[in-house]
Design a protein around this ligand. Structure first.
Ligand SMILES: C[C@@](CO)(OP(=O)(O)O)[C@H](O)COP(=O)(O)OP(=O)(O)OC[C@H]1O[C@@H](n2ccc(N)nc2=O)[C@H](O)[C@@H]1O
Ligand SMILES: Nc1ncnc2c1ncn2[C@@H]1O[C@H](COP(=O)(O)OP(=O)(O)O)[C@@H](O)[C@H]1O
Length: 336
């Protein structure tokens, strides 16, 4: 059986405004996201033996991540489920049910993206699973290939989570044939509960310094504490700034309405933000519902390594601190 592999990326929310509260418990959003090259690793093989066998490990090792976070290897912060609560598992159950695929799945998930960070790790793993599983199932016969339509994939992605469609290729994510092709870095604006997407290609690569301050925040808890904005800002100007071919010197456009409730839930958010540099060419924000924060380095000539060392020196306590760049949200699938 061939093995299908890909490296699901994390995301950063560059802008997030709360437009309203919905009767179903979700919030209407205006958010702008990019994928970044902080990646998990996912490997999937079909099997004649029914069932889903999922193995999850930290990369490069649980010990290495625990050491950086200054916690014990069995600390709850490093817990990632390997049962039916993992979104990879749920994605496979749903695609098997939707296509009538009767076989089983063997999956290895290598985690680098921390959980409860607002970096969308679980959502990205789920979207990548759908893409790999669709590629594998499509090999069975033409009938199966036809059942793996972009509309079916998008429908499952939306059921799995508000952020999951963002990590599909733009045509599957939007349902618009001819949407910008996958494989190149994009920026997306998401409306609704996060699933109504518009993609635009990025003309230049953008660099960030990301800090995960070693605390996991629950997305529902952060939303419970948030305020609907009376005079909502719009994500359009952020899209425009990031889509220009030179963002050097762009001032104060990052915004996240969930930052204030997240700060209230953990002092580590403020600590992470305060240790990030702020200059004429560097702006800071929190991603998603937290806890990770980031600095956007708008000047392409600014070296990132001294900034990384500066932040490592300033932030007390365990943390994961990494320079990253924008990348495609739906990376290439390798078949071996
Ligand atoms: C905040 C964001 C910003 O991109 O990202 P993360 O911090 O999770 O990465 C997203 O809105 C999270 O999307 P996702 O993580 O897929 O959330 P879901 O599983 O759909 O929802 C989890 C819970 O979050 C709340 N929720 C989520 C999305 C939304 N538009 N309004 C909400 O109120 C609801 O309480 C929901 O039950
Ligand atoms: N594939 C997965 N990777 C990480 N966490 C997962 C996964 N599937 C389900 N989870 C659960 O999802 C929650 C965190 O989701 P995640 O996407 O990592 O964070 P966030 O929503 O902050 O971006 C945790 O409760 C975790 O147990």
């Amino acid at each position: 059986m061939p093995t299908y592999r890909t490296s699901p990326p994390a995301k950063l929310n560059l802008f997030l405004e709360i437009l309203g509260r919905r009767p179903d418990g979700f919030h209407e959003l205006d958010t702008v996201m990019v994928a970044i090259d902080w990646r998990d690793e996912l490997e999937l093989t079909t099997s004649v033996q029914p069932g889903i066998r999922l193995q999850v490990d930290w990369l490069p090792s649980r010990e290495a991540i625990a050491e950086q976070l200054q916690v014990a290897v069995d600390d709850p912060i490093l817990f990632v489920p390997d049962d039916a609560s993992n979104l990879v598992h749920q994605a496979l159950s749903k695609i098997s049910a939707a296509t009538g695929y009767q076989g089983g799945w063997d999956v290895k998930l290598g985690k680098r993206i921390p959980s409860g960070a607002g970096m969308g790790g679980a959502s990205s793993d789920a979207a990548a699973t759908l893409r790999l599983a669709a590629a594998a199932i499509s090999q069975v016969d033409d009938d199966m290939a036809e059942r793996c339509s972009p509309a079916m994939i998008r429908g499952i992605a939306e059921q799995l989570g508000s952020d999951v469609p963002f990590f599909l290729d733009p045509e599957s994510a939007t349902g618009i044939p001819g949407a910008p092709v996958s494989g190149q870095p994009m920026i997306a604006r998401a409306l609704g509960r996060g699933e109504k997407l518009t993609f635009r290609p990025l003309l230049v690569s953008h660099r960030f310094l990301v800090v995960y301050p070693g605390v996991a925040l629950s997305t529902p808890r952060v939303y419970q504490q948030c305020q609907v904005s009376e005079v909502p800002r719009s994500g359009v100007s952020v899209m425009d700034a990031f889509c220009s071919d030179d963002a050097t010197g762009t001032q104060n456009i990052l915004y996240n309405a969930l930052e204030s409730p997240a700060r209230g839930l953990s002092p580590r958010i403020g600590e992470a933000l305060e240790c990030l540099p702020v200059t004429l060419s560097i702006q800071n924000s929190m991603t998603g519902s937290g806890s990770a924060c980031f600095a956007w380095i708008t000047d392409s000539g600014e070296p990132v390594e001294p900034l990384t060392q500066q932040v490592k020196g300033r932030l007390e306590g365990g943390a994961l601190i990494r320079p990253v760049s924008t990348c495609t949200g739906a990376p290439e699938i390798q078949i071996a």
